[in-house]
Design a protein around this ligand. Structure first.
Ligand code: CA
Length: 411
């Protein structure tokens, strides 16, 4: 496939990608778009030009604040739309070529939260992360709890505080417990990010019906970068015995572009060997991990941006199909717009750790940034950005970025 649009070789948004998102221009209404090279194609306008003729797609889905209604049309429609966009962007005689006003520079548009998130589940599926946290919080000899290799551990997160990229966050305040003395109230002092990827549900299931592992793929629309912000001091005091609560629910940042599973299929790789053998409902066939290069940067106000982690989504011990099969095995239903996050994605070596908790060993080590600043955790006015892309045989499909700045606490 070769597009008539000029696309840089290192662009996340090649003709092989065609992600979906929501954008606006100069305060005009939100609508659906796709990213191609350094441009956004206005799908509402493209539809008016008739490029989706013959596909049963209602115009309203493009004139929308979220991509949920589009996803709900089902893969037979959404894949046809995506393939038609690819065909038009390759066809020299396309009506889009005669209508350059259907394209905008990405630098000139405002991107919005792409999905109205119904329910948010956070897994804990990186063995390196779970091991590192187990060593720091519990017992170095038995870092993984007995259940960890038998099921994809997860918890129900908070959907209302999932925000779009670029939206700043005030440092959370809450209750923490100093090593000595009584609990205190105040701003979080150990603010952290978690490098994660989310998959988005595009098809609903019925209460009482499980999604078997061989059908799980039909329910997953696509993926996006996800930063699951964490207040480590609040988390440490509150999490026993029911798990994370206010230390997590103040905000999570979701990237603007949802990359379809069809675009990612080319980058599937085999996952780690699972030993002990999993129960039959979690047994899967084929290569079901994805090779996504990931990075995290920290950018102090007025300073220099520094890459502080380079990881890869392929390291996940539990894959998406296992996560979804497990999630629904008890009859729990899913809805269009549900978001399932991977859990922090850490690799084996120190430079691939997906949180500051691991990078600084809970503050025992100091991280020195390119501009000379030192960090143990995130300070006010720091920005954290995550980027990710797949690349194989000269084909690149990327996720863009998810970024947010931390503002001082509101007391
Ligand atoms: Ca998390």
């Amino acid at each position: 496939m070769k597009s008539w649009i000029n696309i840089n070789e290192d662009s996340d948004f090649s003709i092989h990608n065609i992600p979906f998102g929501i954008f606006s221009v100069n305060g005009s209404g939100e609508r659906m778009g796709t990213a191609i090279g350094d441009k956004v194609l206005d799908l509402r306008a493209a539809n008016v030009l008739g490029i989706f003729e013959g596909i049963d797609v209602p115009a309203e889905v493009f004139d929308n604040k979220y991509i949920n209604d589009f996803m709900a049309l089902g893969k037979s429609i959404t894949n046809a739309v995506r393939e038609r966009i690819q065909a038009e962007l390759c066809d020299e005689s396309s009506v889009l070529k005669d209508n350059p006003n259907t394209f905008y520079e990405q630098s000139r548009v405002t991107m919005h939260l792409p999905v109205e998130v119904r329910d948010y589940t956070d897994f804990y599926s990186s063995i390196e992360h779970a091991t590192n946290v187990g060593i720091l919080f519990r017992d170095p000899e038995n870092a993984l709890l007995p259940n960890w290799k038998h099921l994809p551990v997860g918890y129900h997160g908070r959907a209302s505080s999932i925000i779009g990229s670029g939206q700043p966050i005030h440092r959370p305040v809450g209750q923490t417990k100093p090593p000595e003395g009584d609990p205190v109230f105040g701003p979080c002092r150990l603010l952290d990010f978690e490098l994660e990827m989310a998959f988005i549900i595009g098809r609903k299931s019925e209460l009482g019906n499980r999604i078997t592992i061989d059908k799980a793929k039909e329910y997953i629309f696509g993926m996006a970068l996800f930063n699951d912000w964490s207040a480590r001091d609040i988390q440490k005091w509150e999490y026993v015995p029911l798990g994370p609560f206010l230390g997590k629910s103040f905000a999570s940042s979701l990237a603007p572009w949802v990359v379809t599973m069809e675009a990612l299929d080319y980058f599937r790789v085999s996952g780690p060997v699972q030993e002990p053998k999993v129960l039959p409902y979690l047994a899967y066939e084929g290569s079901q991990n994805y090779d996504v290069n990931l990075e995290v940067t920290l950018f102090p106000d007025g300073g220099e941006e520094t890459v502080i982690s380079e990881s890869n989504y392929k390291f996940m011990y539990w894959n998406q199909l296992q996560q979804l099969a497990h999630h629904t095995v008890n009859g729990c239903n899913v809805n269009v717009g549900d978001l399932m996050a991977s859990g922090t994605i850490s690799g084996k070596d120190e430079h691939s750790y997906g949180s500051l908790l691991e990078i600084t060993q809970a503050g025992k080590k100091t991280l020195t940034l390119n501009g000379g600043e030192e960090r143990k955790f995130i300070q006010d006015n720091d920005s954290v950005t995550m980027r990710g892309y797949c690349e194989k045989d000269g084909r690149r499909v990327g996720f863009g970025e998810v970024t947010a700045k931390i503002l001082p606490a509101k007391l």
